[in-house]
Structures are given as structure tokens and as C-alpha cells.
Design a protein around this ligand. Structure first.
Ligand code: PA5
Length: 446
């Protein structure tokens, strides 16, 4: 296992007694039991718990075949989806490969994302890149009714049908609910003959990266999806048992202790730009799972040292209501050495011959001490390196920690009722007949 949690930088903020208090550990045990015994709110959405061992092997084989087909016939792939139907795949591709994946020398297709906003300009830009090359589309929506991917897909479908006629169906892959009565996207796929993959009933969007939702786009970038599943399975084996040495449970406990002490903002910190989308995935996972019933830790994120030159001031010295969880990637994928400068002009002789990651590591240690001194507690999570296996490990670690943490907080970690509020208003304003009554009331307030 390559994940390790360090809590030594919390000692100025949490006493040993608080850390071991029966009250918080009893809450954690009861949260954990709700997951194992499927007795908590939202218990019909626990399919992710056993997924790393129990996934549909036939579907998994079909994912690999579809990925190979796409790799052969496409120079670009547009992944259409939002929230849990988008973030996991992108997080994986950037974590395992690079945020500059599309620009790297490679024999796999470029990957673009649409349906994750409603911006005409963004859509136009992606189309201007992809339209004149061979491209395929993967459209992902569990409900099959989400506005953003639905309208982006309508445009893409039109372009592909104009270009390829009935053969457009060979370039369109749909990931959605298995039931065409529930998902309009499924009904459309059946009508048009698109290949479909299933988002299991018992797995919500933000817990779905280890299903076809994440795995098909990830397989296209050339990443080894077997290794991802085996990493997740190792995490499951290690963390799916209750004890005080379990780093995953400990993480859930520590963040709740900090929350009780007024630390209501958690910043996920990484020193690797390749983790920026992983941060976004994590923010959705924790934000949608915990932020409800007027409770929850607000999840935010930074990439250091980049953001030390922007948000660093605030974290060091601004309002003291935050804590940091630092993802420390121990080994870089490449080691770059700083050359000796014989002219000795830039005043940096003391780093001659060091590698960038040694400097990065010292920046991390210096920052942890400075921020802790400034009143911002730091939890450190070491990850050995960025690869498929560690991606699977950390995904499962955070999913389980999030569920335990949500139940400790006494919320349902698997629903997202608050997301509906903006949708109702938007639908009413757009003239959706279902919301005709609300339309007038809302228009008066604008
Ligand atoms: O986690 C969730 O459930 C949400 O973020 C959804 O993934 C997101 O709203 C997209 O929904 P859908 O997959 O139904 O289009």
C-alpha cells in the first residue's frame, strides 16, 4: 500500500485526549457500521463499497474493446458529462498521465470535455479543434436528463450524423442508466443503435469513477484499468475494517474533530499540477456528500507552490477557520536536476545539483511548518507516486472516508437535494411546462 497519513502537525490543535475521545470514535464506529450493515440513510447507494472486487467482468471486457476501437478510428474523443459523470475520468487522466496529456507525443487520441458547462464559447473552441478530424463521442449521464450534457450531445450528434450518416453510431458511446423508461439517453441509444454501458443503480455519480463512467475515457488514454481496479481492491482490503490505526477512518475522525473546533474549511493541497483535477473530483465528493442540513466542511483546493503566491497569504494569516490536507506525492515520474551555474550570478548556488522534487519537498516541509505556526492545522497524506494503482488506492480511500465522515456528521452522504434548487428555477425560466407555475413567481424576482 502506498498511502500513509501523518497527524504529527496537529498536536498544537488537537490534544491526544481529544484525538482518542470515546465520543468521536463511537460515532465513527457507528458510521462505519452503517456502511457495512447498510443501515444508514442512502443505503441503496453503497454499490461502490464492494465494487473493486465485485465489478461486472463482461462490462469491463467490453470497455476495453470499445477503448481499442476508439483508439484505432479516432484522433480525438469528446467526453460529454458533468459532475460525477465527468470529474473522475479527467482526474485520472491528468493524475496518471499529465494535465498536458493532449500535447504530449503519444499514439492515443486527444481527449476533450464538453457538457460540463453551458458556454457557447467553450463549445465552439472544442468543436473548432475536433470537427475536422476523426472524432468519437462518449456521452455520460446517469439520469440521462441533465441539461448540460444533453444539449452538448445534441450538437455533437448532429455533426457526426452529418459527417458519417448512419455510421455515426460507430462513433457514439453512451454510459447511462440501464432503463430506457428512466433515462431518455438510454432510449435514444437504443433507437439509434449506440453501444451502451451501465451506471449501476446503487452507485451515485460522485462514487462512479471505477465504473464505465470513469474507466472508458481512462482506458482511451492508454492507462491500465486493471491496475486501477487492483489498487482500489488493495485499499478496500486495507481500510474496510474498523480500528484506530486505519488511516482512512482516522482521516474522517480528524477532520470532524477539527470541524467541531471551528475549522469549517478544508483545503486539499498538492504540490503537483497533475493533481489539480483530482482536487476537483475530491471537492465534489466531499462537498455534495457533506454540505447539507446547514452543516459540513467547505472543501476547497490549491496547487502549491503556484498558489503560495496567491492564496498563501490568506492561508498563513487570514481568518483562522481552515485546515489543510496535504497530498504528498513522494516520487516524481521524472527527475529534473538543476544544473550548476559556473557564472554564479543568480544567487542560487545552494541548489546546484539538486532535483526539482527535492526543492518541491523542502517547499512543502517549510510551508507545513509555517502554516501550522500561523494557526492552520495540517494533515499529511503520503502517496508513493502517480500511477494507475495509486489512483485506484486513493479513490477508494477518499470514497470510504467521505461516507464515514458524512455519517459522523449525521447527514446522508449519498443524496444531493440542494442541487435541484437552481435546476427548478432554470427550468421554469426556460419554459419547461412542468414548472409553469413557478415561472411567473421567479420572473417577478428578476
Ligand atoms: O454526484 C452526482 O450525483 C452528480 O454530480 C451527478 O453526477 C451530476 O449531476 C450529473 O448527473 P447525471 O450523471 O445524471 O447527468
Amino acid at each position: 500500500m502506498s498511502i500513509k497519513l501523518t497527524d504529527k502537525y496537529l498536536k498544537d490543535f488537537i490534544t491526544e485526549q481529544e484525538c482518542n475521545s470515546a465520543e468521536i470514535w463511537n460515532k465513527a464506529k457507528s458510521a462505519y457500521d452503517k456502511i457495512i450493515n447498510r443501515t444508514g440513510e442512502g443505503n441503496t447507494f453503497l454499490g461502490w463499497v464492494d465494487l473493486p472486487e465485485n465489478y461486472d467482468k463482461d462490462e469491463f471486457a467490453r470497455i476495453k474493446i470499445a477503448a481499442e476501437k476508439i483508439k484505432k478510428n479516432s484522433k480525438a474523443v469528446i467526453v460529454v458529462g458533468i459532475g460525477g459523470s465527468y470529474l473522475g475520468a479527467r482526474a485520472a487522466i491528468e493524475f496518471i498521465k499529465s494535465p498536458l496529456y493532449n500535447n504530449l507525443k503519444k499514439d492515443t487520441p486527444d481527449i476533450y470535455y464538453l457538457g460540463n458547462s453551458i458556454s457557447s464559447d467553450n463549445l465552439t473552441d472544442v468543436l473548432s479543434i475536433c470537427e475536422n478530424q476523426d472524432f468519437s463521442v462518449i456521452v455520460i449521464s446517469k439520469s440521462g436528463t441533465t441539461t448540460e450534457p444533453a444539449i452538448a450531445f445534441r450538437i455533437l450528434r448532429g455533426i457526426l450524423e452529418k459527417k458519417h450518416g448512419v455510421n455515426a453510431k460507430d462513433r457514439i458511446f453512451v454510459i447511462t442508466d440501464k432503463n430506457g423508461d428512466k433515462s431518455k439517453l438510454k432510449a435514444l441509444a437504443v433507437l439509434k443503435g449506440y453501444e451502451t454501458f451501465i451506471v449501476p443503480d446503487d452507485i451515485g455519480g460522485r462514487y462512479s469513477v471505477l465504473t464505465a463512467v470513469g474507466l472508458l475515457p481512462i482506458a482511451i488514454c492508454g492507462a491500465d484499468i486493471d491496475a486501477i481496479m487492483s489498487g482500489a481492491a488493495e485499499s478496500r482490503k486495507k481500510y474496510l475494517n474498523f480500528n484506530k490505526e486505519n488511516d482512512c477512518i482516522k482521516y474522517a475522525v480528524l477532520r470532524n474533530i477539527l470541524y467541531e473546533k471551528g475549522k469549517i474549511v478544508e483545503i486539499l493541497v498538492s504540490y503537483e499540477p497533475a493533481c489539480a483535477m483530482m482536487n476537483e473530483w475530491w471537492k465534489q465528493l466531499f462537498g455534495e456528500s457533506e454540505g447539507k442540513d446547514k452543516k459540513g466542511i467547505f472543501p476547497s483546493s490549491v496547487i502549491f507552490s503556484t498558489d503560495l503566491h496567491s492564496l498563501g497569504q490568506f492561508i498563513q494569516d487570514g481568518s483562522r477557520d481552515m485546515f489543510e490536507t496535504v497530498i504528498n506525492i513522494k516520487e516524481p515520474q521524472n527527475r529534473v536536476i538543476i544544473p550548476k551555474d559556473n557564472e554564479k550570478i543568480d544567487g542560487m548556488d545552494y541548489v546546484d545539483g539538486m532535483s526539482f522534487d527535492e526543492v518541491n519537498h523542502k517547499a512543502m516541509l517549510g510551508t507545513v511548518i509555517a502554516h501550522t505556526d500561523g494557526g492552520t492545522p495540517n494533515i499529511i497524506i503520503d502517496i508513493a507516486k502517480r500511477n494507475e494503482k495509486t489512483f485506484g488506492e486513493i479513490v477508494y480511500f477518499f470514497e470510504l472516508a467521505c461516507a464515514v465522515s458524512g455519517y459522523i456528521l449525521d447527514v446522508n452522504p449519498f443524496d444531493q437535494p440542494g442541487v435541484e434548487a437552481y435546476k427548478k428555477n432554470m427550468f421554469a425560466l426556460l419554459g419547461n411546462p412542468k414548472y409553469a407555475k413557478e415561472k411567473e413567481k421567479i420572473e417577478k424576482r428578476i
